[in-house]
Write a protein that binds this ligand. Structure first.
Ligand SMILES: NC(=O)c1ccc[n+]([C@@H]2O[C@H](COP(=O)([O-])OP(=O)(O)OC[C@H]3O[C@@H](n4cnc5c(N)ncnc54)[C@H](OP(=O)(O)O)[C@@H]3O)[C@@H](O)[C@H]2O)c1
Length: 341
């Protein structure tokens, strides 16, 4: 049984990786609907460093309240240590993984808490860890895998998106479709490549040269090194662009699409409505949401070997600072994972 304190990484203020502190804190108390998970590994995701920086990438009016001190992180893999009395279907000793409490309550305080030895997790956010996948790899799957799933396969909820009024609708993928994944080697991108292949689509992967063999092994049919070539000058008649890079440069990818095609920005981007109308294409995005049921489906694909999680690098939980320094250098191939046992 645990003592009543644990180690966790906390932010006491916002700033660079140096603000991540390895503290002794109380083990969280269980609320109804929750399971206490002994964390074995933590997946690192871009929102972890957005929060660390104080969400300065959002306009001030859109920034969620961030109570301090705060334990960052949303993705865990671990073992159930206790369950609240009202939780069915989970028992002490079960191996689980999950994206926890994302995106959090509307307008509420940031409540993620995964950079810790224990986490009180909503049971509905958890799924059984695939038995053939270790905790490090399982921890890399939840946010990035669910993002690719909810953009490409099934949204799975009817919550409004903060980014657009219309509900996001994935495009049915099959052998007739060509999908271009920009930022293909990163967390979301490498799952998107594999899910599009699973559905039979032809996949064009856009990334820097070092990732070519990795992406071809994951099933990419074509590879474009964006440091040497401009994808919009090479790719044509694409049905769907999944752009995990987004930002002001995203609009140029509209020109790769056939009429009736769609561009899905995973990171916020704005498009010229006259240009989309002229090209006969649409754009649509969403915000990933925690979903234990969908994660269980991803788990089955991971167990079957249909999907795999690539791990860029691992760091001990106590060294979360170095993990964030690695993230800041960019060019990730798969996921950064923290180990907590
Ligand atoms: N909408 C949502 O709910 C949601 C959910 C998850 C993530 N996101 C956002 O999606 C973005 C990607 O997340 P992630 O976890 O996949 O990030 P990541 O793991 O850091 O991957 C980013 C990838 O992009 C590549 N890249 C960088 N610049 C590029 C460029 N100009 N052209 C093509 N590739 C480029 C990088 O490698 P190379 O440069 O070496 O190719 C890297 O592999 C983040 O901005 C994140 O905030 C949004």
């Amino acid at each position: 049984m645990p003592t009543n304190t644990m180690k966790a990484i906390r932010l006491h203020g916002h700033g660079g990786p140096e603000v991540l502190r390895y503290d002794e804190v109380p083990i969280p108390e269980l609320e109804p609907g929750e399971a206490l998970v002994r964390v074995h590994a933590v997946g690192v995701n871009p929102p972890d460093w957005y929060v660390r920086e104080g969400m300065t990438n959002l306009p001030p009016a859109m920034r969620p309240p961030l109570g301090l001190p705060a334990v960052p992180g949303t993705d865990v893999s671990g073992v159930v240590e206790a369950v609240a009395a009202d939780v069915d279907g989970l028992a002490v000793g079960d191996e689980v993984f999950g994206l926890l409490r994302f995106p959090g309550p509307e307008g509420g305080t940031y409540t993620a808490s995964a950079y810790a030895e224990y986490v009180a997790a909503p049971a509905s956010d958890l799924a059984r860890k695939p038995s053939g996948v270790d905790h490090v790899h399982a921890a890399g799957a939840p946010m990035a895998g669910l993002t690719a799933w909810q953009f490409l396969i099934e949204l799975g909820h009817d919550h409004p998106s903060p980014f657009q009024a219309a509900q996001h609708r994935p495009m049915g993928l099959n052998a007739e479709r060509t999908v271009l994944v920009n930022g293909a080697a990163g967390g979301v991108g490498h799952f998107a490549v594999q899910l599009a292949k699973w559905k039979g689509a032809r996949v064009i992967a856009v990334a820097s040269a070092a990732h070519e063999s990795f992406l071809r092994e994951l099933g990419a049919d074509e590879f474009i090194d964006y440091t040497r070539n401009r994808p919009e000058e090479i790719a044509h008649d694409v049905d769907l662009v999944l752009d995990t890079v987004g930002g002001p440069d995203s609009g140029r990818l509209l020109r790769t699409l056939k009429r009736g095609g769609a561009l899905f920005p995973v990171f916020f981007a704005e498009y010229d409505s006259e240009e989309t109308a002229k090209l006969g294409v649409t754009t649509s995005g969403t915000q990933v949401r925690a979903n234990g049921t969908q994660l269980a489906e991803l788990g089955r694909l991971l167990d079957a070997g249909t999907l795999r999680v690539a791990v860029d690098s691992t760091f001990p939980l106590s060294d979360a600072r170095r993990a964030h320094e690695r993230a800041a250098r960019g060019h990730l191939q798969g996921k950064i994972v923290l180990t907590a046992v």
